[in-house]
Design a protein around this ligand. Sequence first.
Ligand SMILES: NC(=O)c1ccc[n+]([C@@H]2O[C@H](COP(=O)([O-])OP(=O)(O)OC[C@H]3O[C@@H](n4cnc5c(N)ncnc54)[C@H](OP(=O)(O)O)[C@@H]3O)[C@@H](O)[C@H]2O)c1
Length: 281
Amino acid sequence: MILITGGHGQLGTELRHLLDEKNIEYVSTDADQLDITDKEGTYKFITEMKPEIIYHCAAYTAVDKAEDEGKELDEKINVDGTRNVAEAAKAAGSTLVYISTDYVFDGNNKDGMYKVDAATNPLNEYGRTKLLGEKAVQEIMDDYYIIRTSWVFGIYGHNFIYTMQKLAETHDHLTVVNDQFGRPTWTRTLAEFMTFVIAEKAPFGVYHLSNENSCSWYEFAKEILKDTAVEVAPVTSAEYPQKATRPQYSVMDLSKAKVLGFEIPTWQEALASFLELEAKQ
Ligand SMILES: NC(=O)c1ccc[n+]([C@@H]2O[C@H](COP(=O)([O-])OP(=O)(O)OC[C@H]3O[C@@H](n4cnc5c(N)ncnc54)[C@H](OP(=O)(O)O)[C@@H]3O)[C@@H](O)[C@H]2O)c1
């Protein structure tokens, strides 16, 4: 059996749809069925169920709130919650798939793209707690995949694309930061990779998975709104202050995933597929 945590989130929902298409059975949970911050409850649920695979998609994802009012909850969910899931997974003999983030890096890599073994140094609370989640998984388990991803967008959640589209309804002119570079990731590509590593029995360890090519948020916004009359102008991060500091260059090296034979679409291709799907909804 397969267990999904955070099954109603942006990624969890995409994964459920993919598993449905593949006729693979699973049990999907959210906080009301399986609150990962409840240590005993999580242990009981997972050790009784003994899932072969756990796709751990539950997380605290409010990056700016994690800096202050959400700080405690961020730690509780991303660190303690992940440790609870990993300890129960170990006892149940499950393989754990944990999703992490490019925000474990500081964005000052002088050598170019971040390889899976590059030094981590998170700049914000969310990145710090996701990294502690990674460390908990690595300390507790042997049978794990840690998949770091970035700039996630999907049909089923809140994300940058929907934010831009919403703003475009009421603005003729938008400004977007042009000095933070990364790789957008379609939840569909990520969910496919999550099922791919299991199906192919890929070696356990850390992987990076996002769509191919990189861009700034400004370039991403331009592409999202290219068929509208809205004018998008570049600004610096200093002109658009946010509570959480973001890495300036968090482009991750995808070669470890590609060596497995996994085909990764470009973010432009992924965005086009997303927009096509969105238009049909
Ligand atoms: N979104 C991004 O840009 C991004 C970038 C890099 C990495 N990631 C990682 O990708 C993964 C999936 O993210 P996402 O975009 O799908 O996030 P999401 O839409 O915020 O989904 C997270 C899910 O976790 C659930 N959850 C929160 N607290 C929980 C608890 N105590 N017990 C059980 N479930 C709980 C949430 O339920 P409620 O809604 O009921 O709280 C929600 O369904 C996460 O690990 C995230 O850190 C995301």
